[in-house]
Design a binder for this molecule. Structure first.
Ligand SMILES: Cc1ncc(COP(=O)(O)O)c(C=O)c1O
Length: 413
């Protein structure tokens, strides 16, 4: 069962601490997270996303419980990113000193849609910069939300450069989810929006304390944002936090190993496109450095099988989960870890057999991404035996295409 699921590298971070520490707390405060939760809960479209017990995957991993935070229904936008960009724009629009708000961002997918959606809610003008390889379907989905699309020659970095140039020229406000020297306020708002997932998860767990939390990382904004309330809530009984990233863009692994932010040159793109980041966000770094006990990097090989497994439960007990490539990464990591007894032991993930009352609860995140749609259209990594799975997915994706990201869950549940 675990054969396609392997890891490439692992680092045990001895800098991790169960005490959040004043410095980290001052950088990204729990009050900001709590304010985001109370604000976003008031939005008319708000609904908590489900925390699904992945019974078949828990059985395969030999652990008691595996929970999976399924973000595919978030605001009809199909991604946790909808919490971040839109919340930042809500915060910006409350600031009357700014005058007429015009926002801009560079994107290759979900973040741009979140920003465009947030701008449409607040009546702000929005400019979204996309590079040559972003599909026309994604561009149209963003344009339908009222944003002006700027198609730029070149790659993602070129779209960032064009966005920055136009922002400087016209006085537009850049809304980026990663932070750098001198640019922290907006990424902080975005991360506070992401942290809503942790509050929901805590309500859904209803007092149960997970032993481990697995979080996938690109620039680490999402992982850092979720770590903060976990720390505050569970303190001394902090679950072991494990970060997962692609071995083609292992900036968290390389940075934790050196104990400082390290820039990774991405030579080959991973299919987990949302994780393809070469540098940890400045704001997320201290949260990761002090919060993560472990980081594992994974190859692309397990992604196709896991995305199909998510969609096709092997025990008929849990609902089908439509997740993209990035969303599969936490579960791939769990099975890879369990495949390596020494690693599983180091992380304290032991098989439940004979362990009596030990509860193993490992939430990971799911998100419906347009990149997964593109991959399925190409039918990647399919063996003949897997064709029937692909058919199911294609039907779902056609619906997804037609109704602009809104109809997957209502038709499935
Ligand atoms: C499902 C999923 N998880 C994780 C990430 C990475 O988030 P971050 O760059 O904040 O680490 C993405 C980015 O698109 C994503 O789509």
């Amino acid at each position: 069962m675990t054969a396609p699921y392997s890891h490439t590298n692992h680092f045990h971070n001895t800098e991790q601490s169960n005490d959040i520490g004043a410095t980290v707390d001052a950088l990204f405060s729990i009050d900001d997270c709590a304010t985001a939760y109370s604000t976003i809960r008031q939005w008319p479209a708000y609904q908590a996303t489900p925390l699904i017990s992945m019974t078949d995957i828990a059985a395969a991993a030999g652990v008691n419980t595996v929970y999976y935070k399924d973000e595919s229904s978030r605001f009809g936008l199909g991604s946790f990113k909808a919490l971040g960009g839109s919340y930042a724009i809500e915060c910006l629009s409350q600031d009357s000193s700014r005058g007429d708000l015009v926002v801009c961002t560079a994107t290759d997918g979900n973040h741009g849609r979140a920003v465009a959606w947030g701008a449409s809610l607040c009546g702000a003008e929005c400019h979204v910069f996309i590079h040559a390889n972003v599909s026309e379907a994604r561009a149209q989905a963003i344009a339908l939300l009222g944003a002006v699309i700027h198609r730029v020659e070149g790659n993602y970095d070129d779209s960032i450069a064009a966005c920055n140039e136009q922002a400087a020229l016209h006085g537009w406000q850049i809304v980026s989810d990663t932070s750098w020297e001198g640019y922290r306020d907006i990424p902080k708002m975005i991360m506070a929006g992401y942290s809503v997932m942790t509050f929901e998860m805590m309500d859904q767990l209803d007092g149960e304390i997970p032993s481990h939390v697995i979080l996938q990382a690109g620039c680490g904004a999402m992982a850092g944002a979720l770590t903060d309330p976990v720390w505050h809530h569970w303190g001394a009984r902090l679950p072991t936090i494990i970060m997962v990233e692609s071995d083609r863009s292992d900036c968290v692994y390389q940075s934790l190993k050196r104990d400082e932010i390290h820039l990774v040159n991405i030579v080959e793109e991973t299919v987990m496109a949302g994780l393809s980041c070469g540098e940890v966000s400045l704001l997320a770094w201290p949260l990761i450095q002090k919060g993560a006990s472990h980081v594992v990097t994974i190859p692309d090989a397990g992604v196709g099988p896991m995305v199909r497994w998510l969609a096709n439960p092997s025990d008929g007990e849990r609902p089908s989960v439509i997740g993209g490539e990035c969303s599969a990464s936490g579960l791939i990591a769990l099975l890879a870890i369990q495949h390596d007894p020494a690693l599983a032991h180091d992380m304290g993930i032991v098989s439940d057999a004979g362990s009596g009352d030990r509860t193993r609860a490992i939430p990971t995140l799911s998100c419906m991404t347009t990149s997964s749609q593109a991959r399925y259209e190409r039918g990647y990594e399919l063996t003949p035996a897997e064709r029937s799975d692909q058919l199911g997915m294609i039907v779902l994706h056609l619906m997804y295409d037609r109704d602009e990201f809104r109809c997957i869950l209502p038709t499935r549940r």
